[in-house]
Design a protein around this ligand. Structure first.
Ligand SMILES: CC(=O)N[C@H]1[C@@H](OP(=O)(O)OP(=O)(O)OC[C@H]2O[C@@H](n3ccc(=O)[nH]c3=O)[C@H](O)[C@@H]2O)O[C@H](CO)[C@@H](O)[C@@H]1O
Ligand SMILES: C=C(OP(=O)(O)O)C(=O)O
Length: 436
């Protein structure tokens, strides 16, 4: 049996566990990988099904822990929900419970997205304050303030956000103090069933917001201006049946491309969309990769090419995404030259840095700036996954380090990457999952 086949046998994906990855370093990644549907598009779309009285059929839904948690939550609220591979069927006509409990909400940031749809359709929502990746304080004041402006009465007590409205929410003019992705999504969903027209200024322009609006429109909504700073939502009385395909995951795509590039290999991502990650592709070219793309594929080729450090500044779309920052920290560490990374979105998103330092990375942290080492040789170590993208960066580091790396607490990775080892191993990674 070839080493590659042996790897595939011991990499049977078992959903999520606290678990560990055992990674043998010195890999070069080559080949094709199929990209899954986007977690951060699928989650708001699943919550938006709460707006509808009809049958919703979704395709290209990724098989992730966050998705199964959301389906559990929808069922707890009274919806019928079933998943068959990447297909999901939901009918929320019988929702009778308007409380999202702490048990389900605590692990997942996106659960705040139940708030807008529930209060818009039923006039009532009690949502436990959400958990998710510990990458900063992550307040939800913009969600609350926007709903209050639409007429909801909101109290935060006993760890819950409790929202009530008599009759329908009222359309209004909203200005977002800062760009918030789930904030924009929540208010857009609420406005879809409000009375009258809502305008959201300084709205998030992320592709996942565009996907959410397209989905709501497919159910009969009237949303325009998505992908710009100003979104206009004409409220409708009810929403109904639809079938919809979730967009490809731009962050998973970027992660596989970075893994290929830092390993000196050639990785082609299939079933993706190059228009969703221009800022990332530009930085990969600057880092020395030859990038080619077609309508639904992107290839990054490093054969015979020299890796270079790049400067990164994270900011809302279309600028460089914070969700790709950790992966580029690894790239900058092993590349010749000094790369500077400025994290402008979350105040605690350098949790991967101390772990990478344990692997030999020379990274200097100064507030929201990371100054990454010059051609550092990483060596295998036991490291701890602390959040989703930090975990991805540690896996990439393990693949190119000298010796063996153990990445602990990989349940974080299962929140956002579908069977990551089953995608990496055929590309040439030597790794296996160790269940607890
Ligand atoms: C499930 C999901 O889609 N998660 C993504 C979403 O998170 P999420 O939607 O939580 O991130 P936001 O865009 O809301 O956060 C941006 C910034 O605004 C701040 N803020 C946000 C809301 C609020 O009411 N008050 C406030 O101050 C946050 O603390 C943060 O500093 O966008 C982030 C930024 O692209 C990504 O990293 C996450 O992967
Ligand atoms: C931070 C992320 O997820 P969440 O907002 O769900 O914590 C992410 O997808 O990188």
């Amino acid at each position: 049996m070839s080493g590659k086949n042996k790897n595939i046998l011991f990499s049977k994906w078992k959903g999520s566990s606290m678990g560990q990855f055992l990674i043998q370093g010195g890999c070069q990644l080559n080949g094709e990988v199929t990209i899954s549907g986007a977690k951060n598009a699928a989650l708001p779309i699943l919550f938006a099904t709460l707006l509808s009285k009809g049958d919703v059929n979704l395709t290209n839904v990724p098989l992730l822990k966050d998705i199964s948690t959301t389906l559990e939550l929808l069922k707890e609220l009274g919806a019928s929900a079933s998943q068959d591979g990447h297909k999901v069927k939901i009918n929320a006509s019988q929702v009778k419970n308007y409380t999202a409990s702490y048990e389900l909400v605590r692990s997942m940031r996106a659960s705040i997205l139940a708030l807008g749809p529930l209060v818009a359709r039923f006039g009532e929502a009690d949502i436990s304050l959400p958990g998710g990746c510990a990458i900063g304080a992550r307040p939800v004041n913009l969600h609350i303030h926007g709903l209050e402006q639409m007429g909801a009465k909101i109290k935060v007590e006993d760890g819950f956000i409790k929202a009530r409205v008599d009759g329908r929410l009222k359309g209004c003019h909203l200005y977002m103090d800062m760009v918030s992705v789930t904030g924009t999504g929540n208010l857009m969903m609420a406005a879809a069933l409000a009375e009258g027209t809502t305008t959201i200024e300084n709205a998030a322009k992320e592709p996942e917001i565009v996907d959410l609006a397209n989905f709501i429109n497919a159910m009969g909504g009237k949303i325009s201006g998505v992908g710009t700073d100003t979104i206009v939502i004409e409220g409708v009385e009810s929403l109904g049946d639809c079938s919809y395909e979730v967009q490809p995951d731009r962050i998973e795509t970027g992660t596989f491309l970075v893994a290929g590039v830092v390993s000196g290999g050639k990785v082609k991502c299939l079933k993706t969309d190059p228009n969703l990650l221009t800022a990332v592709l530009v930085k990969l070219e600057e880092a020395g990769a030859l990038i080619t793309s077609g309508k639904d594929w992107i290839e990054a080729d490093m054969h015979g090419r020299e890796l270079k450090s790049v400067n990164i500044t994270t900011a809302p779309f279309p600028a460089f995404p914070t969700d790709m920052q950790a992966q580029f920290t690894v790239l900058n560490t092993v590349a010749p030259g000094t790369g500077r990374i400025k994290e402008n979105i979350f105040e605690n998103r350098f949790m991967h840095v101390p772990e990478l330092q344990r692997m030999g990375a020379n990274i200097e942290l100064d507030g929201n700036l990371a100054i990454c080492g010059d051609h550092d040789q990483l060596s295998g170590a036991k490291v701890m996954a602390t959040d989703l993208r930090a975990s991805a960066s540690l896996v990439i580091a393990g693949l190119i380090a000298q010796g063996e790396t153990i990445v602990d607490e990989i349940y974080h990775i299962d929140r956002g990457y579908e069977a990551i080892e089953d995608k990496l191993i055929p590309l040439g990674a030597t790794m296996k999952r160790i269940e607890d």
